[in-house]
Design a protein around this ligand. Structure first.
Ligand code: ZN
Length: 266
C-alpha cells in the first residue's frame, strides 16, 4: 500500500458533490441509512449517485485504476467499485454519503471483505501511510519500527481482508521492483552516454543517434510496465526514489504515465 495524494488532485468533482449534498437525494439517503441503522422499515433504496461517471471516473484516475487496498489493476477481470471508506451504514459516519474524501477506488473483493469492518488503513491518509513501507527484499508491505498500536491493528485488519501480502502479490511486486530498478539504471546509463556523445560529436552524430535509440527503447520498457497497470503506486514510488538519488534521471512518472496512454485506455 502506498499513500495516494488526494489533496493535490485537480480533477476532484467537488462542486458536483456539493450539489448532491444539498439535494433531495442526500435527504433520501439520510432516511434510508437511519432506517438501516435503527433496523426500522427501510424506504426504497435511493440512487447510488457516486456511481455516476462524473464521480466514478475522476476517482478511478486518482487511483490510477488500481485498487486502493490491494493495489491490483481493476480493469483486468475485476469489477471495481466506489467504496465509502467510513461506512454509511453506521451512525457516526452515515453523513459521509457524498464526501469526496470518503471515496476509495476498490476492487470488488476488497470492498466485499471490508464491508463494515473497521478500521482499515486509509490509503489517502499521509499520517497513517507514513508508517507503512515497501520491503525490497521480498515485496511485502510492513509497518516501521515504532508504529503506534492503533495503526498496527489497522494494518493487520487491512492485510487480512484485502490480502495485500498474500495471493502471490509480494512475489509479483518483488519481480516488478527488480524489473523497474533495472530499467531505471539502463535509462540512466544510456542517457549519460547520449549526453556524452552529443557533447563530443554533436547530437546529430551517428554515435549520439545510436545511444538515443537505445535510450528510447529502455524508456519504452518502463512504459510497458506502466501500461500493464499493476501496482502503479509502487512504480511511481520507485521512480521518485530513483530520481531523488540520481538527479540527472530524465523522466518523471507522470511523463511516462502520459506517454503510456494507460489512463486513456478503458
Ligand atoms: Zn483490492
Amino acid at each position: 500500500m502506498h499513500f495516494i495524494d488526494r489533496e493535490n488532485f485537480e480533477e476532484a468533482p467537488i462542486s458536483i458533490l456539493e450539489k448532491l449534498k444539498n439535494s433531495e437525494l442526500n435527504k433520501k439517503w439520510a432516511e434510508y441509512n437511519s432506517a438501516r441503522i435503527n433496523k426500522t422499515k427501510k424506504p426504497k433504496k435511493p440512487e447510488s449517485a457516486w456511481n455516476r461517471d462524473v464521480i466514478r471516473n475522476p476517482l478511478k484516475m486518482l487511483f490510477l485504476k488500481n485498487c486502493g487496498y490491494c493495489g491490483i489493476h481493476t480493469d483486468i477481470g475485476h469489477d471495481a467499485q466506489v467504496d465509502h471508506f467510513f461506512p454509511t451504514s453506521k451512525d457516526e459516519t452515515a453523513k459521509y454519503v457524498f464526501e469526496w474524501t470518503n471515496y476509495v477506488w476498490s476492487c470488488s473483493s476488497c470492498n466485499r471483505q471490508k464491508s463494515n469492518n473497521e478500521p482499515f488503513l486509509n490509503p489517502c491518509s499521509s499520517e497513517e501511510m507514513e508508517y507503512i513501507y515497501f520491503d525490497y527484499t521480498d515485496g511485502y508491505y510492513r509497518c516501521k519500527n515504532g508504529t503506534p498500536p492503533d495503526i498496527i491493528s489497522k494494518y493487520n485488519l487491512t492485510n487480512q481482508k484485502s490480502k495485500f501480502n498474500s495471493l502471490k502479490r509480494p512475489e509479483s511486486r518483488e519481480l516488478l521492483y527488480k524489473g523497474v530498478q533495472s530499467d531505471l539504471k539502463k535509462i540512466d546509463r544510456y542517457y549519460r552516454l547520449y549526453k556524452l556523445e552529443s557533447k563530443i560529436h554533436g547530437n546529430k552524430s551517428v554515435e549520439a543517434k545510436k545511444k538515443e535509440k537505445i535510450l528510447k527503447s529502455k524508456k519504452q520498457d518502463v512504459i510497458k510496465r506502466i501500461y500493464a497497470g499493476h501496482f502503479l503506486f509502487l512504480i511511481n514510488f520507485l521512480i521518485k526514489k530513483h530520481t531523488k538519488n540520481n538527479k540527472t534521471f530524465p523522466y518523471t512518472f507522470q511523463e511516462l504515465l502520459d506517454e503510456s496512454k494507460y489512463l486513456k485506455n478503458n
